[in-house]
Each structure stands twice: as C-alpha cells, then as structure tokens.
Write a protein of this length. Sequence first.
Length: 181
Amino acid sequence: MVVALTGTLLVAGGSVPFLPVTLNRVTAIAYAVAAGQDQPGWRGGEIPYSWGGGHDEDPGPSLGTCQGYSGAIRPCPATRTRGLDCSGLARWVYRLAYGRDVLGPGNTNDHVRRLTKVSAAKARPGDLVFYGKVGRRTVKTHHVGIYVGHGRMINALRTGTEIRIDPLTAVKGFAGYFRYS
C-alpha cells in the first residue's frame, strides 16, 4: 500500500516499514512503480526484471533480450518476460517525471555520461546511484538504481525479482550519486 500525504510518502507492506520520504516527482513515480500502480505503458501489478527490458523506442516495460545475458536462471527468460532491467527502469521513471526521454537509449554506461556526479553530502532523493567504475576516461558500470534517501534505492536488481526497494549496499562497486540537470 502506498499513501501520499502532503508531500510525504508512507510505504507499508510485507516487511517494508513505514518510511516517511520527502517526495519529488522522480521519487513519487519510482515508489508508485515499485508498488505496482498503473503507469503509462503498464496496467498495474508488480513489474518483473527482464534483461534488456525497457529499451524499446519509447521507454517502459517491454520484452527483453537474451543477448549478453549471464544470469543464473536458465534458459534465459527475457524474451518472454515483459518488464524492465535496471537502466530501463531509470529511463522510464525519468521519462514519466520529465515528460520526455532525458536519459535516451543505451545502457548504464550511456546514461551515466548524460548526468552530473554529486557528492554524498549533496545527494537527494531522485538522483541515480551507479555501480561499477566511473572515471574521467573510463566508464564501466553494471547497475543503476533510483536513490530514495536513507541509504536505499528503488531498482530492478536481477532476473527472478520484481522492481523493489533495496539498501545501497545490495550491489557491490558503488560508483556514486548522479543527477540530471
């Protein structure tokens, strides 16, 4: 259940405690997606992870691809699973929040190049958190999530999961906070 009250979102359900979070458009949409609420391009319900999902011409849940898939579930279920991968989730949520495809096509490497890195002290809900290596000359990332504050992110973690809330420590190789501006 998700209840919005005067700029604060209270999330309850299963093992998720009530968490007040200051809302902005990105985090409000990310929480709604994680809760399985109807969104443009999705009629509601939990959205499964799908390798390559979310990368059609228009962002949003789509069938994935098995090209480059190295997940544990065999055979690769992506071509028969309508859903999102991590960068597909970020791209779709940002599309819904900004009214246009600001992250554009591609993967986490492509998306991080379109953003500005911010310090942990200046990070705010709605920023994206990337994992891997992001340097001046080298970008090799492997995951992205939507930062929602309190050391947590909404993300599409891996095959066999749905869009969910995880601690930032759920993925190894934290590369930093990045903002669209």
